[in-house]
Design a protein. Structure first.
Length: 231
């Protein structure tokens, strides 16, 4: 569990009370508070009472990311985070956490108004170094025409576990290729959430795309797991 936004040290599992034990203490294991023995004393009313830390039978309340619906969000299929929406823009990594590395190969084709894509992707989870392979297929709309092969590398944000990578995703991007020279780049996200929703599963990728294509596309793709590692 990550405490409420306190800067980058809140994400360091070895940084007890932001490396300032002279001033702070952590009686619940979830949130730093002013040490009653310090000069300031315990002052946060949410965690303190009469200058002393409150005691909890359950973990203290934590602020949650808003997904725009007025309720806290777990973030698509991923795990999401506990931080305030405002901090998502001032501290980008607090709401868009890189949880996995992704690489893939595929084929795409487009004509005015129509786009098709299919391929394979493998992800590597940072948390436990486990991997999984997914096949995907999708279609959508495009401005442009052509066809190309693709090999790409990217990052996945706010992914709770590798199994959660399966299912429907939306994607927006472009492909430009002439013969052996080509570039593709795209952004993808949990299709049940709006693009760039804080805490939602999403990612970016860029790669090599030889062929003959020039298109800007937006598509709906479905991922299905075909292999995973247990360790």
């Amino acid at each position: 569990m990550i405490p409420s936004a306190q800067g980058v040290q809140a994400w360091d599992r070895y940084a007890y009370v932001n490396n300032n034990p002279v001033r702070y203490m952590d009686p619940t294991g979830h949130m730093r508070v002013e040490d009653p023995g310090s000069k300031k004393g315990c002052s946060d009313p949410k965690y303190c009472e009469n200058g002393k830390p409150k005691t909890y039978s359950n973990p203290p309340p934590q602020p949650t990311v808003s997904d725009g619906s007025g309720e806290g969000s777990s973030g698509g299929s991923g795990s999401g985070n506990n931080t305030n929406t405002t901090d998502c823009w001032t501290q980008f990594w607090m709401c868009y956490n890189p949880d996995a590395l992704m690489w893939g190969v595929g084929f795409s084709g487009s004509e005015p108004g129509l786009y098709y894509v299919a391929g394979l992707e493998e992800i590597l989870m940072f948390s436990d170094a486990t991997r999984a392979v997914f096949e995907y297929e999708g279609q959508g709309s495009s401005v442009g025409a052509g066809a190309s092969a693709e090999a790409y590398l990217g990052a996945v944000f706010n992914l709770g576990d590798k199994e959660s990578y399966g299912g429907p995703f939306g994607a927006e991007g472009f492909t430009i290729s002439i013969g052996d020279v080509g570039l593709t780049a795209f952004y993808f996200h949990d299709s049940s959430k709006l693009p760039l929703t804080p805490g939602a599963t999403q990612g970016i990728a860029v790669g090599y795309a030889p062929g003959a294509q020039a298109s800007v596309f937006w598509a709906s793709t479905v991922y299905q797991m075909i292999w995973k590692s247990d360790q």
